[in-house]
Design a protein around this ligand. Structure first.
Ligand SMILES: O=C(O)c1ccccc1NCC(=O)[C@H](O)[C@H](O)COP(=O)(O)O
Length: 210
């Protein structure tokens, strides 16, 4: 099965084009001011237009109030909304019931019980994104978690793997975990928030050829 590829934290037209040309299936726009990858709603809307018909746009929010959530969805009209804070299953389920878009929830994986607890999102999201636990930021920290935790986990819903994935380790990560979707941000950057076109292409090639 072909692995889907999400390049997250895109903030320029050049790097959006690089991700699309490299065959990313999903491109992520982060609207969270503390992040070095934060894009305003106006910029996100312009970037979103570049991806139309080529890749799914994933709008990323962190514990956003209902007003900001609505404004961001209205401005960007993403195919997917990714919640990356401490949003509850009740909240993700409400959004999923109301809106005609995929809802994803990111979860920081510390241990096996975290994976077991993820099942409370069953029916409340379209995909879980298993990421490294939050450190300085809720995500986009360039750190991995122990992939062996995924080895015998019986996934009850679609999922993806994130956290410290790079062009050098993504093939191994796919082989070890069987991830149907891989997500990277720091691993395709030359500095925090600065995407590297060559690394984006290398990551997509490595994931595709795993
Ligand atoms: O990317 C960010 O700056 C960010 C900030 C706050 C919450 C989430 C964020 N990113 C979410 C993503 O989906 C990242 O791609 C994922 O956490 C993996 O990041 P990395 O380990 O840097 O590849």
């Amino acid at each position: 099965m072909t692995t889907q590829i999400k390049i997250c934290g895109i903030s320029t037209a050049e790097t959006m084009a690089a991700a699309l040309d490299a065959g990313a299936t999903h491109v992520g726009l982060v609207h969270f001011e503390p992040s070095p990858r934060h894009v305003s709603l106006a910029d996100a809307s312009r970037l979103r237009a570049l991806a139309r018909g080529r890749a799914k746009v994933v709008l990323l929010l962190v514990n956003a109030e209902i007003e900001l959530t609505s404004a961001a969805i209205e401005a960007i009209k993403p195919e997917v909304i990714q919640f990356h804070g401490s949003e509850t299953p009740e909240w993700t389920g409400l959004v999923r019931d109301k809106l005609n878009m995929e809802v994803w929830k990111a979860l920081g994986v510390k241990d096996k019980p975290t994976l077991a607890k993820s099942e409370r999102f069953l029916g409340k999201v379209d995909r879980l994104l298993f990421d490294a636990p939050a450190t300085a930021l809720p995500g986009g920290n360039g750190t991995s978690f122990d992939w062996s935790l995924m080895a015998d986990h019986e996934h009850q819903m679609p999922w993806g793997l994130a956290g410290g994935l790079t062009p050098d380790n993504v093939a191994d990560a796919i082989r070890q975990t069987g991830a149907p979707l891989v997500d990277t941000s720091s691993g395709v950057e030359s500095a925090p928030g600065v995407k590297d076109i060559g690394k984006i292409a290398a990551f997509c090639n490595a994931a595709r050829n795993a």
